[in-house]
Design a protein around this ligand. Structure first.
Ligand SMILES: [Zn+2]
Length: 725
């Protein structure tokens, strides 16, 4: 059965949008016309959609405890599952008797499964705001980050200690990976910690004649070796591109600062990387990280921003319905991409409606996303009353005066709207627009959701609640930035980023999210931040009055995240009728010492009643050469995975080989790469540097990384589909 193949219109002119992750996306690119994903979806792929059958076998999972997140039936020890959905939730086996007796009468088989007898089972975690493709690209390059990075396939990447270690890591990776004629892109260099920018002279010393790019942690800076510049054709003529630096001799230095220059120089290498052989592997890497951390439903909070809506919607359907992805996905279309492709109003709305009609058990398309003000991390966010201490102003991605007009057709059509906004001026402008929408057409169950909700006031929360809006909050704004934002926006506002207590007390339905790759997909850590509010740098409690309880935080990564995504009828709690999607933990986050929440071991997940232990997580193997390749197939997924031939993992593992363990400079020994990746503003204290960095946000990153001419044909062999009950 073919996926809907609604032809995507021409896009004459690309424009850009930035997400909080600091990356820049083409709204649409003519290149997308050249990107064709074949209609791979075979009949067996869609058989993943469970067919309800009253006599289908029943499995009864027993556990030390089920924490259901159903307030009226909060705990259980036995859960009956049929057709991938929960049949009944029993405090004891006796509660299941009505269903099991009926099964006995019907001759329906019942299997007991005590795998979780020593575990605490909670609803599968729901990622309220993620980016499966964008995150995958960033996190799967050979890594140079200073802070440790988790790895779904093995030990965490320990981080590189200093510049010398960074050079050794590059050299070791190159030694282990012979030159195949393609440039190597390293990712995660931390200019703040390493203390200096790189250049071609430095890279040539460690990389010799190899073509090497180093993509920094913020993704705004790229450094290139001489060989890489030669291959890219960098000449003196590139002086016209802002951000390309030149030496006294007039020759390019191998530095590409700002998204424009960075994107320009990196485009061909990234384009070459996004091949059919690579894309499933890198997406799997990210999905496996989520699996390892108990996520059963992820989300794509801006479908279409890299390759356009048609290509990305088909890729999403194919990928999440393949054996590569046990997780489900909720995809929210980037509104401006839909408008660019189909025209503002009816055309764009019809496109999103057609996507919604394509939803299946694994992928739900729902609603659209807008952008208000810019980035939290690089101070593109709009602050008011007062603004920034140094007088800077942020950036609008949609001006307050235009918001209402942008929303109006979608609002009137009854769609669910999400809006990215970070600063309190942005939050207020979005709430003002929501108030105007409610005046022209009052709606009740609209689920208008503010995404990120970085800096806000108590009055914002009050108004948002009265207008029926929701908030999906990134707690890493507090954890990773609460310590260092004070000089720019004041201590009070830095420490009250992510006002979770205020939101709850005001009655706003609130979710937590990680916005991967902004933070890593670790819901237990997001909970830990929300409950403890500890700063990554200082180790101090920040904004103590905004702390919430473990039970409240748990709602935000399960049922309430599902509500903000509009999928709470199917996921988010353990109750009869929902998918049997569980996260299986060694202990209950509601009972351990709150400081230990993020240390709870995750056994794995259950999706649609099928167990997926984390120990099963393996990288995608390269296509097996012995397998005949179907004529139109450019990717085949062999049944057996060979860790030694892993696509993304091997590169990371090898890069890791020669590195020493990093001494932890941060107060938090588990300090994530967050601050490193997205730029430590203390190191960019020079206001002009910050302004340049921020200005980069307006540039068109992903447009340059176009997929022009790239033909992606993704066919996964039929026999490889395993059926998901
Ligand atoms: Zn995002």
């Amino acid at each position: 059965m073919a996926v809907d193949t609604a032809q995507v219109g021409n896009c004459d002119k690309a424009a850009s949008r930035t997400d909080e992750c600091g990356m820049f996306y083409a709204r649409c690119s003519a290149a997308l016309i050249g990107l064709a994903l074949s209609t791979f979806v075979s009949s067996s792929a869609l058989s993943a959609v469970a067919v309800s059958a009253p006599d289908a076998p029943i499995t009864v999972f027993t556990a030390k405890k089920f924490v259901t997140m159903d307030p009226g039936w909060p705990e259980a020890t036995a859960v009956a599952v049929q057709n991938g959905r929960i049949l009944s939730v029993g405090r004891t086996m006796e509660d299941l008797a009505p269903w099991l007796d009926a099964a006995k009468k019907n001759g329906t088989s019942v299997t007991m499964d005590a795998t979780f007898k020593d575990h605490v089972v909670v609803p599968g975690f729901v990622e309220g705001h993620g980016h499966p493709l964008i995150g995958a690209i960033a996190l799967t390059r050979p890594c140079l980050s200073h802070f440790p990075q988790p790895n779904p396939y093995g030990a965490d990447f320990p981080g590189v200690k200093d510049l010398e270690a960074c050079g050794k890591a590059i050299a070791a990776y190159l030694a282990a990976n012979p030159d195949n004629g393609k440039p190597v892109i390293f990712w995660g260099y931390d200019v703040a910690v390493m203390g200096q920018h790189l250049d071609a002279a430095w890279l040539d010393k460690v990389a010799g004649p190899r073509a090497v790019y180093v993509w920094d942690a913020s993704e705004h800076f790229v450094y290139a070796s001489t060989a890489a510049m030669k291959a890219r054709g960098v000449t003196k003529a590139e002086a016209s591109i802002p951000g390309v630096t030149f030496g006294r001799d007039g020759e390019p230095k191998g530095q590409f600062f700002g998204a424009d220059a960075a994107a320009w120089v990196l485009a061909p290498a990234l384009q070459a990387m996004l091949t059919p052989a690579e894309v499933p592997g890198i997406m799997k890497y990210l999905i496996d990280l989520g699996w390892k951390n108990g996520i059963t439903t992820t989300s794509d909070m801006a479908l279409g921003m890299i390759a356009g809506i048609e290509a990305e919607s088909r890729l999403t359907k194919q990928f999440f319905n393949s054996p590569l992805a046990p997780l489900r996905c909720v995809s929210i279309t980037a509104a401006d991409v839909a408008e660019r492709e189909k025209g503002v109003g009816d055309g764009a709305i019809a496109l999103v409606r057609s996507l919604e009609a394509m939803s299946d058990d694994k992928v739900t398309f729902r609603g659209v996303k807008f952008f208000a003000d810019d980035s939290f991390l690089s101070f593109g966010m709009q602050m008011t009353g007062p603004g920034y201490t140094d007088g800077r102003v942020g950036l609008w991605m949609t001006k307050p005066g235009d918001m209402m007009q942008r929303y109006e057709p979608w609002w009137k059509a009854g769609m669910q709207l999400h809006t990215h906004t970070n600063g309190n001026a942005g939050v207020k402008a979005v709430i003002d627009a929501l108030a105007s929408l409610q005046e022209i057409k009052p709606r009740f169950e609209h689920r208008f959701t503010i995404q990120h909700y970085g800096i806000s006031t108590p009055e914002d929360a009050y108004r948002l609640a009265r207008l029926g809006g929701f908030a999906s909050v990134n707690p890493y704004y507090l954890y990773a930035r609460g310590d260092i934002n004070a000089p720019y926006i004041g201590t009070d506002r830095a420490e009250t980023a992510a006002r979770l207590r205020t939101l709850l007390d005001s009655g706003v339905k609130t979710a937590l999210h990680t916005d991967t790759p902004v933070a890593l997909p670790e819901p237990l850590e997001a909970m830990w931040i929300a409950v403890n509010r500890i700063g990554i740098e200082s180790g101090k409690v920040l904004g103590a009055a905004e702390r919430i309880t473990p039970a409240e935080a748990m709602r935000m990564v399960t049922i309430d995240a599902a509500v903000t995504l509009g999928v709470e009828e199917n996921v988010g709690s353990i109750r009869a009728g929902k998918y049997a999607d569980f996260a299986v933990l060694d202990a209950s986050p509601l009972e351990v010492d709150p400081m230990k929440i993020r240390d709870i071991n995750v056994w794995g997940i259950v999706v649609g009643g099928v167990k997926h232990p984390a120990s099963d997580i393996k990288p995608l193997a390269q296509p097996a050469p012995s397998k005949p390749v179907p004529s139109k197939t450019t990717l085949s997924v062999p049944k057996s995975s060979s860790p030694t031939s892993a696509v993304p993992a091997s590169s990371r593992t090898t890069a890791r080989a020669d590195q020493t363990t990093t001494p932890k400079k941060s107060a938090d020994p588990r300090a994530l790469s967050f601050a490193a990746r997205y730029g430590n503003m203390n190191a960019l204290a020079d206001i002009e540097a910050i302004r340049r960095h921020t200005d980069g946000c307006r540039l068109e990153f992903w447009r340059a990384i176009s997929l022009e001419g790239l033909e992606i044909t993704l066919e996964i062999q039929d026999e490889l589909h395993r059926e998901t009950p």
